[in-house]
Design a protein around this ligand. Structure first.
Ligand code: CA
Length: 238
């Protein structure tokens, strides 16, 4: 498969090393050391992955990430940072980065992350055409248009909220632990961030549940995790 990667990294030695190494897993690597320039290149080109440093001249990495995620086109982002504080990592993921590597990292680790992101992309591409729309109860999802309606009203969801809801809708009645949801919806490398799942579920419930305190769609399975309604028992109660 033809893959193109954009590397936005101002440490020249590292950028060069990344470019050299990444040519093994993709056809084209473009490198820039400036945040604003990187954003412009990302906007004008069709990339399969953006490797984005946090501390950059021109525009900070978090701002580049925020700007990219405000656009309809979705390109996976792998963030790099010399900082290891949890707050940066959480902020990066909340802003829509797909994964995160703290410097220094090994090329093997980078390789594993990049391959995991590409695997998820392929899985999404395989899933998508088979599912024009999914509906449970009064909830309706048009997959390609990424449009969600509840009782006929459009619901605004972030990309991650949408993917979480879509995953639930595709597997009604099945119980998932927070770790499983992290692994499937957020992907490899997010172990230990189960609270991120909770906060996304709370936001989803606020948007799709009539009474978020007594949910009918995303149900809590105490001591285990969550289960999406299979439409039977809960529908009578709601
Ligand atoms: Ca830097």
């Amino acid at each position: 498969m033809q893959r193109r990667i954009l590397v936005i990294e101002d440490e020249e030695d590292l950028a060069e090393l990344l470019a050299l190494h990444l040519r093994d897993v993709c056809q084209e690597v473009k490198v820039t050391g400036d945040g604003a320039q990187g954003l412009a290149i990302a906007e004008s080109g069709d990339y399969d992955l953006i490797i984005l440093d946090l501390m950059l001249p021109g525009m900070p990495g978090l701002d580049v990430c925020r700007r990219l995620r405000a656009q309809p086109r979705y390109t996976p982002i792998l963030m790099l940072s010399a900082r290891s504080s949890e707050i940066d990592r959480v902020l990066g993921l909340e802003l829509g980065a797909d994964d995160y590597l703290t410097k220094p990292f090994s090329l093997m680790e980078l390789n594993a992350r990049v391959k995991a992101i590409f695997r998820r992309l392929e899985a999404l591409a395989v899933d998508a055409p088979a599912l024009g729309s999914v509906g449970v109860g009064e909830l309706h999802i048009e997959v390609e248009k990424r449009r969600v309606t509840f009782k006929g009203r459009p619901i605004e969801l972030t990309r991650r909220e949408f993917e979480l809801l879509l995953h639930f809708c595709r597997h009604p009645g099945r119980v998932y632990t927070r770790a499983q949801l992290l692994d499937t919806v957020w992907g490899y490398g997010h172990a230990g961030y189960e609270h991120t799942v909770n906060s996304h579920i709370n936001r989803l419930r606020a948007k799709i549940e009539e009474d978020p305190a007594h949910p009918c769609y995303i149900l809590t399975v105490w001591g285990v995790g969550y289960r999406f309604t299979d439409g039977a028992v809960e529908a009578q109660r709601c």
